[in-house]
Each structure stands twice: as structure tokens, then as C-alpha cells.
Write a protein that binds this ligand. Sequence first.
Ligand code: GLP
Length: 243
Amino acid sequence: MKVIVLDNYDEVSKEAARLVEEKILADDELVLGLATGSTPLGLYENLIKGHKTRGISFKNVKTINLDEYLGLDNNHPASYHAFMFETFFKHIDIELTNTYIPDGVPKSAEEECACYEGMIDHVGPVNLQLLGIGTNGHIGFNEPGTDPNSLTHVVELKESTRENNAHFFQSIDEVPKHAITIGIQSILKSEQIILLASGKNKANAVKTLLESKEKVNPDFPASYLWTHDDVTIIVDKDAYSIV
Ligand code: GLP
């Protein structure tokens, strides 16, 4: 696991964008694994800037998102479909048919999970997976207790996760209790993984992650990243402050 510590959120976002651009320039048919949440916003802004000012093209890039809330349709402003469209996809030249996000209102959640995992195997492998990290160590929506062999599945969200994400909704009552997420195993199928973390509120999670090499365990799902051989963690000084 490679660790890059930078001054602040801006630097983290720029470095992550630089690494993504480098991959796209080397392979314009890149398959990118994308994350939501506050952390990747700066990365997406920088990628948009790269597209608008330096002509970085996403025309042949495919994207596979980690997760979606169950019960929110694509038009709900807090759905990850809306998040990805508003913050990233509508500003670049990506074909929307090349973007994949689990369906938040499937007829059968089980079928949707199986179908999404099949899509990952068909469209993938993901060449570069971008991740954030939850304060409890979740990656995607793989909450503590998740089986390391898990594929795409339905998860019940922890109260702490619902609280942390409530700022995207009008109130906490609106935050769904369940989501569909790709699993730990699905994430580990990616060729390369970059995890971003910024701010003092992630310091504990970053410390636990970096100390978990010898204690990979389901109570801290991000610890499974130690079992992958190409993971880079890009953090700012605040997130690294207690390591
Ligand atoms: C959310 C997402 C994760 C994200 C994490 C951290 O619940 N499902 O993919 O990495 O929590 O979010 P944030 O970047 O807003 O701190």
C-alpha cells in the first residue's frame, strides 16, 4: 500500500485527477470505478477542468459506480444517479450509456445485484477504482461486518453512515435505510485502487486503515485493501494527523 500525504484537500483532488488523466491518456477505453460522497467532488472538478481546458476526452471511457440508495429513483436529487450526472457526467463528453450505477428502484433487488455483478465482469475489469472511506471504515457501502467474499449485495446502512450522509438530504428521516453496493470481492477485482481521504474527521479511519495490515478483519472493511497489491492512499495532513 502506497501512501501519499499532501498539504490539503485541493492538493489531494489535483493529484487524484492527475493520476486518472494519466491513465486515460495511456488508454482512452479505460474502465473507471467511481465513488460518491463529498470526498471525490474536488477530483471531479479537476477532471472537468482537464476536459474543458486540455481536451481530456471521456468519449470511450466506461464508468462503474460503487453503490446506490435503495428506494431512490434516478431523479431524486440525493440519488447517486443524480449526484454523478450533476457533479460530473453532464460536464464532460462521456456517453451516458457507458456509465453504470445500480438501479435504486429495481423490481427485484436480488436480481439487480446479480445483474450488476455480471456487468462488472463483462464490462470490466475495472482498471482504476476510486474510493472514499467512511468514518467506520466502510468502502462503497460495505459496512463493518461485511464478508470479504461479498459481491454486489443489499446492505442495511449503519445509523452513523445515515447521519454522516444526511447533509445530502432535507432531513435524516429521508436517508434510506438500505442500499445496493458492490462487495469487497467486487472492489478487489479492480486492477488498481486509489483511496482518498481528507479532513480531521477521517483521521481515525486513516490511522486504523494504516495499522490494520496484520489485522485484516470485517469490523473495518477497508482493511481488506491490504490484500490487494496495487493500492494507493492519497490523504491530506489533517487526515494523516494522528498516524
Ligand atoms: C458514502 C459512500 C462511500 C463514500 C463514503 C464517504 O456513504 N457510499 O462511497 O466513500 O460514504 O463519504 P464522504 O466522502 O462524504 O465522507
